[in-house]
Design a protein around this ligand. Sequence first.
Ligand SMILES: NC(=O)c1ccc[n+]([C@@H]2O[C@H](COP(=O)([O-])OP(=O)(O)OC[C@H]3O[C@@H](n4cnc5c(N)ncnc54)[C@H](O)[C@@H]3O)[C@@H](O)[C@H]2O)c1
Length: 254
Amino acid sequence: MRLRDKATLVTGGGSGIGRETALRFAAEGARVAVADVRAEAAATTAAEIGGDAVAVTIDVTARASVEAGVATAVAALGGLDVLVCNAGVTIVGSVMDLTEEQWDAELDTNLKSIFLCAKAAWPHLVAGGGGSILSTASIAGTWAIPDDAAYCASKAGVIMLTKCMALDGAKVNVRANCVCPGYTQTPMIEGYFQAQPDPEGARAFAAGMHPLGRLGVPADHAAAFVYLASDDAAWVTGTALVVDGGLTCGVWGG
Ligand SMILES: NC(=O)c1ccc[n+]([C@@H]2O[C@H](COP(=O)([O-])OP(=O)(O)OC[C@H]3O[C@@H](n4cnc5c(N)ncnc54)[C@H](O)[C@@H]3O)[C@@H](O)[C@H]2O)c1
């Protein structure tokens, strides 16, 4: 029960890493609001948690939706201690391939969303005496991937935004940290594999790139978020915690 009574809002909680994080936080004693743009998915995760978990429909790209959703979550939870900005999408393509609309959609969903959610949550975190803003970045924020220009740029932005919020939040006891996952078995990455000419080959290749010999699973990242939200990480802020099975350590011959 490392997160006993911590009021927590998780975006993108209807699937993958966000779903697992919401479930794990609840198991650690947190009171959880599950947010997703897909209302049914958020409701399903909240129902899996049971108890006093609530579902909130939030489109993280839209300021009005974020403000209303955060207000709903705060009212239901009686405050806010932890915000997990996890919602994200991947739109593949090089600069030459991507349209301006695709670029904007990627940056809005993966980066501007964190600005909007943190801005809406900030006064509530401060009112409670401080708190924690956590985000899902990616190894793609430090490690360029071919044909993934907007995604990589958005995740690099998440890492720097985390550091900026850590400095600004230090004055009011708000910590900001992010997790950088390697390739992780979720519906998002499954969609990427299925779009390849040889999905099974692509999955095996991706797994083999990780020195620890497998793809990540959502639980790997949920555990990292639990640590970063907990009092064990009381002196940790501005960090980008890499959880990637060794993928970005260096050259790996397999
Ligand atoms: N899976 C990986 O390999 C991997 C690797 C590195 C980083 N990440 C990051 O992890 C995070 C979670 O990804 P995942 O793999 O669990 O994907 P996922 O597709 O399983 O889950 C993403 C969730 O975000 C929600 N979402 C999308 N757009 C939204 C919006 N506008 N407003 C609110 N919710 C929205 C979706 O409905 C979905 O429930 C993302 O930020 C992703 O970039 C994933």
